[in-house]
Design a binder for this molecule. Sequence first.
Ligand SMILES: CC(C)(COP(=O)(O)OP(=O)(O)OC[C@H]1O[C@@H](n2cnc3c(N)ncnc32)[C@H](O)[C@@H]1OP(=O)(O)O)[C@@H](O)C(=O)NCCC(=O)NCCS
Length: 139
Amino acid sequence: MRDFKDILEIDREAFNPRNPSFDMYVYLAYGSDIFVADTGKKIVGYVVTMDLDQLRGKIVSIAVRKEFRGSGIGEHLMRRAIERLREKGKKEIALEVRVSNKIAQKLYEKLGFRIVETIPNYYSDGEDAYYMVLRFSEQ
Ligand SMILES: CC(C)(COP(=O)(O)OP(=O)(O)OC[C@H]1O[C@@H](n2cnc3c(N)ncnc32)[C@H](O)[C@@H]1OP(=O)(O)O)[C@@H](O)C(=O)NCCC(=O)NCCS
């Protein structure tokens, strides 16, 4: 994929400063839906979704390059991903987010996601995750 290198670079900048993200290789290799934000010169953000089953989808990962944050790109990518999953017939979309990541939580809440559960020790450094869900029937 043409954008592969950029996506991995953004992923590293956002989540893994030292190590390439193995998960990201797997998702890119196994054909999830990926949307990118492209300025025409370079890729500045991406979102990856996947099917959990026929009725449920998942936002696997989203990130925007640091210098492009705060200008609506993340929200645009999320809306596009949600739209795509909805087109595919999903009734709900799930995601996990670090309890400390208030910026991402604010974005997800703005789009209708709600915290349904805390998953203890979810991340490799021991941090808990919020499990957030968007249900279309509640919209
Ligand atoms: C989370 C992330 C993708 C948001 O992307 P972004 O392009 O900066 O976000 P947007 O400019 O589209 O903002 C959309 C909404 O997000 C929230 N938000 C964004 N930046 C924020 C900030 N600095 N403080 C508080 N809320 C913020 C707001 O709700 C905002 O809506 P508003 O402008 O009406 O207030 C981006 O911060 C990022 O890449 N972070 C690092 C990776 C990450 O944490 N990914 C999520 C992992 S679960």
